[in-house]
Design a protein around this ligand. Structure first.
Ligand SMILES: *Cc1c(COP(=O)(O)O)cnc(C)c1O
Length: 352
C-alpha cells in the first residue's frame, strides 16, 4: 500500500555501528534518539541490535515498550504525565525542581528509583537552568529526595538559538559539572551533550575527557551532522525513502485559468507561465508532509506544489503511467512528519 516510507535496515545498522564505534573510541556512550521516526519498532530493534547504549525520545508515548537498554525521556516531563514518566522511563532530562519533586513523590508511590539528568542552558536558550544562575541550591534539594538519583548533567545546543557546540561553549558546562562534583564530593555518572551538531567535534578536537555521553538522532538516521549540514563520511544518507503512487497524468497548462483567488490554504500563489507541461498527481499531501521537504530521486521529476492530499509533479522526458510509484529522498522534517502521519504505510528492506 502507498504512500509508504521504506527503511533500509542494513544501511541503518551500518550508520548506528559506525556512530557507536566512533563515540566509544572517545569514551562517549550514545543515546539513540528515535523521535524523528516516532520510535518505529523495526528501527528501534536495529538500534538495540547494533549496540546503542540507551534509547531516547521526547514523547513518553514512544517509550512504553520494554527494551534491554535504559530508556530516556528527552523533553522535560509534563506535570500531567508524571506517573507515566516514572512508570516507563529510567532517566528523564529535567530543569525544574518542582517537577523533580513531583517525580520523587510518584517514585515513592510506585516504589521505584527515578534517575534525572539536570539540564543546563549554556546559551542556546531552549531548556535548562541558565548557567549563570544558582544551581547549587537546586542540587542540594535533589540530593535530599529519597527516590531520585542525580544521574548527571547535560546540555542541548543548536536547537533553538542555533549555537554550535565548541570547546569554549562546552567548557561552561564542564566548569559547572566540576563545581558540583567538588562541592558535594560526588561523581556525576553522565555528562551529556548533543545532538547531531556535536558529531563534528570528534574530528576537530580530542579534549573529550570530561563529557561521556552524546544524544544523537539525525546523524544516525540520515547520516548528516547538523552544525554545518554536511554528510558524514562512511554513513548512508538514504536509509529512508518515500514511495508514492501516481493517480493521474495529463499534459496541462502551467497557468491556472480564470479569476485567481486564494488556494485551499488561504494563500495567494503567484504562477509563472511555463507553457504546457506533463503533470502527474501523486497520492500524498500536506496532511502527510510539506512537499518542499522532499527530494525527487528521479531528476526528471520536479515538485510543482501540493494541497491537503494531492501533490503535483512535473514529468520531463520520463515514462510513467497511472499506478506507477515515484520515490523521494527525505530530510529530518519530512521524516518526522511522514512517520507521524497515520496515512503513511511503513516498510523495510535489506541490501543496497
Ligand atoms: C531531539 C533531541 C536530541 C537529538 O537531536 P538530533 O538533532 O536528532 O541528533 C538530543 N537531545 C535532546 C534534548 C533532544 O530533544
Amino acid at each position: 500500500m502507498y504512500p509508504k516510507i521504506v527503511c533500509n535496515l542494513d544501511k541503518l545498522a551500518c550508520n548506528i555501528k559506525n556512530t557507536v564505534a566512533l563515540c566509544h573510541k572517545n569514551n562517549v556512550s550514545v543515546m539513540g534518539v528515535t523521535k524523528a521516526v516516532c520510535a518505529w519498532g523495526d528501527v528501534v530493534d536495529v538500534f538495540i541490535e547494533s549496540g546503542i547504549d540507551y534509547i531516547a525520545d521526547s514523547r513518553i508515548e514512544n517509550l512504553v515498550r520494554e527494551f534491554n537498554v535504559e530508556k530516556v525521556l528527552l523533553r522535560l516531563p509534563q506535570k500531567s504525565q508524571i506517573d507515566l514518566v516514572v512508570k516507563h522511563v529510567d532517566i528523564s532530562l529535567n530543569s525544574s525542581i518542582e517537577t523533580i519533586k513531583l517525580l520523587n513523590n510518584e517514585a515513592i508511590k510506585q516504589n521505584k528509583l527515578h534517575k534525572v539528568i539536570l539540564m543546563f542552558d549554556i546559551g542556546d536558550l531552549r531548556e535548562g537552568i541558565y548557567y549563570k544562575d544558582d544551581y547549587i541550591t537546586v542540587i542540594s534539594e535533589i540530593m535530599g529526595l529519597s527516590n531520585i538519583i542525580l544521574e548527571g548533567i547535560g546540555t542541548n545546543l543548536t536547537c533553538y538559538g542555533g549555537v554550535i557546540p565548541t570547546k569554549q561553549t562546552l567548557e561552561k558546562l564542564e566548569l559547572i559539572g566540576k563545581n558540583i562534583e567538588n562541592h558535594f564530593n560526588i561523581d556525576l555518572k553522565i555528562k551529556s551533550f548533543g545532538n547531531s551538531s556535536s558529531i563534528y567535534l570528534f574530528n576537530n578536537f580530542v579534549d573529550f575527557e570530561y563529557f561521556n555521553n552524546l544524544r544523537l538522532g539525525e546523524s544516525i538516521l540520515l547520516g548528516r551532522e547538523t552544525a554545518y549540514g554536511s554528510s558524514i563520511d562512511n554513513m548512508h544518507q538514504d536509509v529512508f525513502l518515500l514511495q508514492a503512487q501516481i493517480i493521474e497524468i495529463y499534459c496541462k497548462p502551467s497557468l491556472p485559468e480564470g479569476e485567481i483567488g486564494m488556494n485551499a490554504f488561504g494563500e495567494k500563489v503567484e504562477f509563472v507561465d511555463q507553457g504546457e507541461m506533463k503533470r502527474a498527481i501523486v497520492a500524498i499531501g500536506k496532511q502527510d508532509v510539506d512537499a518542499s521537504e522532499l527530494v525527487c530521486l528521479n531528476k526528471n521529476v520536479s515538485i510543482v506544489g501540493s494541497s491537503s492530499d494531492h501533490m503535483i509533479v512535473e514529468l520531463k522526458d520520463c515514462e510513467y503511467e497511472v499506478g506507477d510509484v515515484i520515490e523521494f529522498g527525505l530530510n529530518y522534517s519530512s521524516l518526522l512528519s511522514l512517520t507521524t502521519s497515520k496515512y503513511v504505510y511503513r516498510g523495510v528492506k535489506n541490501g543496497k
